[in-house]
Ligand binder design. Structure first.
Ligand SMILES: Cc1cc2nc3c(=O)[nH]c(=O)nc-3n(C[C@H](O)[C@H](O)[C@H](O)COP(=O)(O)O)c2cc1C
Length: 202
């Protein structure tokens, strides 16, 4: 085991033990499985999960239109990838309806979740369109290229999918922004979002 890895493991040992009893049931939330605080052997994957589980970052809601169906889910795996040309990547879990129905979409909507929008985050992260119509419970309007835009999110963009890649249990979608809106709102972040039970396991 590399020296650097041992250091991270030692720092995260008590956190890792804490997280075992955590009620979060998604692989979007770190779930290392240390059986004992005395157990020194921590795998690279467990170390990685403990590490990324402590990171803080903004949450997004990705929306899409597929035929007559409107889709959307809460997303934490998302980041800017390029400045010029502007590019942004979002990752959709293979188990989510949003992915299953919209994986061939030409465009996706990406919404920054505002700090106050806990209920919206719970709706899009804790419910699945396999069971409920999320868009019947949230205010939205038709946006560019027919993508549904959530009224509660002043910061959003619509991106054309320029590339898609199987990244494991998620696909990564590389987006070229084609339209958007901006305003105030702050950020609803991962450490608040991870209290939500996801509509689907990753
Ligand atoms: C903290 C948190 C982070 C999440 N991150 C992602 C993500 O990056 N990608 C993804 O596809 N789903 C992610 N999810 C899960 C989906 O938002 C969730 O399973 C949703 O209910 C799926 O809805 P759908 O089946 O209607 O698409 C996350 C959920 C939570 C609580």
């Amino acid at each position: 085991m590399a020296v650097g890895m041992r250091r991270v493991s030692a720092i995260s040992q008590s956190d890792a033990t804490q997280k075992v009893s955590d009620s979060h049931r998604s692989r979007h939330v770190a779930r290392p499985r240390c059986r004992s605080a005395k157990l020194a052997r921590v795998s690279a994957a467990e170390t990685f999960h403990a590490l990324v589980g402590d990171l803080e970052y903004p949450m997004f809601i990705v929306t899409a239109q597929a035929g007559d169906e409107r889709l959307g889910c809460l997303v934490g795996f998302a980041t800017q990838m390029s400045i010029d040309p502007p590019r942004f990547a979002v990752c959709l879990s293979h188990s989510n309806r949003t992915y299953r129905r919209a994986r061939d979409a030409q465009v996706l909507g990406v919404h920054c979740v505002p700090a106050h929008a806990r209920e919206l985050a719970e709706l899009f992260g804790g419910e699945t369109t396999d069971e409920v119509d999320k868009f019947a419970r949230a205010a939205w309007h038709d946006g560019p290229h027919g993508v549904p835009i959530l009224d509660e999110c002043p910061n959003w963009f619509v991106g054309r999918v320029v590339w898609r890649c199987d990244a494991g249990d998620h696909d990564a979608f590389l987006l070229e922004p084609v339209d958007g809106g901006s305003g105030d709102g702050g950020e609803f972040t991962f450490h608040r979002a991870k209290r939500i039970d996801p509509g689907h396991e990753a």
